[in-house]
Design a protein around this ligand. Structure first.
Ligand SMILES: Nc1ncnc2c1ncn2[C@@H]1O[C@H](COP(=O)(O)OP(=O)(O)OP(=O)(O)O)[C@@H](O)[C@H]1O
Length: 281
């Protein structure tokens, strides 16, 4: 079966300065792939490369098996939607109007008019993102979480089977982060969309993604199911800190415990902490 999106031996640079090399990454169909890694490791550049917004030095990106360079702009937009990290908020436009922007690649070349397919796609995008009740609200009057969902509605209205999201949870409080991540999960589970998402929170990535890819030191150092990827070794190699990674007893998902004031890894909850411990009871 063809992989929806695949970077193959990609080498990335900005202005001649190398960022990463020999990156091979596959997005599995109707799954969520989280791209994580330290600041400046190249996550956004890689995501932009997958969206054909950055040209690799070498290697190639295949969209449904065809070189992404061979797609027309409209053909690309019908197959792949990309939401940048901090989209600029156009002043005065409503949620429904923003979502309708996502229909541009589908409009008639000559008339540019919207038809019933466009209206259906916008209605579906509002429904899928839970932004229907907000449809007539102005974007710049929304909360961060509502606004992020409205942007995702715009990307969804494009009706592209592949969606790339660059840090969609940035600046959101924990409730809205969870709201957006649940939405991302449902896009894959309920709508069959293939999603790649850049995230900073390793535990959120492990909880919501099917696959985690860790970009660090100019290459992908780990790529696979969260339980295999989110390990103390990988976190140490990628971020240079010692942590404790435990397995959630209910879900089996890994959780990284990074915080301790003295710099020591956090103790495993419930585990004996030393010889003197038992004598305390
Ligand atoms: N337009 C640009 N011109 C020159 N250098 C750039 C440009 N964009 C990014 N870089 C550099 O490329 C490297 C990778 O940047 P990128 O934004 O891809 O990393 P990132 O992993 O997404 O970072 P962060 O987690 O901080 O968002 C960084 O060193 C950055 O300074």
């Amino acid at each position: 079966m063809t992989v929806p999106l695949r970077a193959e031996g990609v080498e990335l640079a900005h202005g001649g300065a190398p960022i990463c090399r020999d990156v091979t990454l596959e997005l599995a169909r109707a799954e969520v792939t989280a791209l994580v890694g330290p600041n400046g490791s190249g996550k956004s550049t890689l995501l932009r490369t997958l969206a054909r917004l950055h040209r690799p030095e070498s290697g190639r990106v295949l969209l449904e098996g065809a070189d992404i360079a061979s797609y027309s702009p409209r053909g690309l937009a019908r197959n792949l939607a990309f939401l940048t990290q901090t989209p600029t908020v156009p002043s005065g436009i409503t949620v429904a109007e923003l979502a309708a922007y996502g229909r541009h690649p589908h409009r008639g070349l000559l008339t540019g008019r919207s038809g019933s397919k466009d209206r259906d796609a916008v209605a579906w995008a509002l429904e899928a993102t839970g932004t229907g009740p907000l449809r007539d609200r102005q974007i710049d009057h929304l909360s961060g979480g509502e606004r992020q969902r409205a942007w995702i509605a715009m990307a969804l209205a494009q009706r592209a089977p592949v969606l790339l999201l660059d840090e969609p949870t940035t600046y959101l409080d924990i409730r809205y982060q969870v709201e957006v991540l649940r939405l991302v999960r449902s896009l894959a589970d309920d709508h069959g969309i293939t999603v790649a998402v850049v995230l900073h929170d390793l535990n959120q990535a492990a909880a919501f993604a099917d696959t985690m890819a860790v970009l660090a030191g100019g290459r992908i150092i780990a790529d696979g199911r969260p339980a295999d990827v989110l390990t103390e070794d990988v976190v140490r190699t990628a971020f240079g800190i010692d942590t404790t990674v435990i397995s959630d007893p209910d879900t089996g998902l890994p959780t990284c415990l990074p915080y301790r004031r003295d710099g020591e890894p956090a103790p495993v909850p419930g585990a004996a902490t030393g010889a003197g411990h038992a004598a305390d009871h």
